[in-house]
Write a protein that binds this ligand. Sequence first.
Ligand code: BGC
Length: 367
Amino acid sequence: MRRIAIPVAASSLILSLAGCGVLGATGDSGDASPTKGNDLTVGLLLPEKANTRYDKFDHPIFEKKVAALTDNQGRVEYANADADAARQETQLQAMIDNGVDVIVLDAVDAKAVAGGVRKAKDAGIPVIAYDRLAEGPIDAYISFDNELVGEVQGRTLLEELGSGTAADRIVMMNGSPTDPNAGQFKQGALDELEGQVTIAKSYDTKDWKPENAEANMAEAIDEIGADNIAGVLAANDGMAGGVIKALEAAGVTELPPITGQDAELAAVQRILTGEQFMSVYKSYPQEAEAAAEMAVARVQGRDIQFDALTRDRVDSPTQQDIPSQLVTVVALTADNIKDTVVADGIYPVSDICTADYEEECAAAGLK
Ligand code: BGC
């Protein structure tokens, strides 16, 4: 996928447009008359529940933003597919049948969903791909810089290994092969790791499920030997949890460095205790709020705002030059918990620093 990332410029332009009153209540695009006012319905399709971000952040943040943008008149029709691509197809069809005004889609299977995207398009319903790049004729895409996520994981792991040596054996626990992000995370990490360490085992994890990662890790331990594993590149926090369970079940007390992604609360606490070495913090408000703005702008015919929100361009296997926004990411370690998830209001200190973590919280300056 080609990336032209200028997310900061895009969001500051939005702020300045809003400040100038260009985004007035009646819309002001110049080249399209608004088709709808605030009485609109947005379909939101999210992929799964095994990882906490969707229920805890993406869905509620998105809903709140749609309400704020529509004077509390806009509705969000929400469905979660629970990692089942067939179920998501049914949910997508139901939204088309219900005549929602726009669909924001985080695909379980980016390829398999293309037919459904085409049906929505034929019914005159724009589709915005959310987080994962769905195939088929989408109007726009909002995500993070997913290759950078993998690069950050790989680079931070190498730093922790003291640059690593070719003798260091690493296990790679990648995401679901139906998710194009998983391939990008993997590629970004490999760009850093290849030639520096030995990738002793590499798995693509069905449905991104922590229990599948745990089973794969148990197999890797059997084959390589727990003591011979220098580090684990786990693509997200849920799977890092599964990896840790497998290592502990094998009697490992000194865990090797294990990466993650998503800044899940349990992972932030594991980072404090040293069980998990790092995560990647991705600003859910930036992604979900921008998605809500794009969806509402599209329905209301505010083309200037829509264009300003989607100034990057990416290609999918079925479409070129998709208007996009790619938000940047940051490595999360014990050193910057305060400056990232706490500063952004993702977790109040009281959620992280429960009784079990008092000492670690004090050491990390989180009191
Ligand atoms: C998302 C990750 C998430 C994973 C599993 C990916 O597409 O970008 O944040 O952990 O899916 O749901």
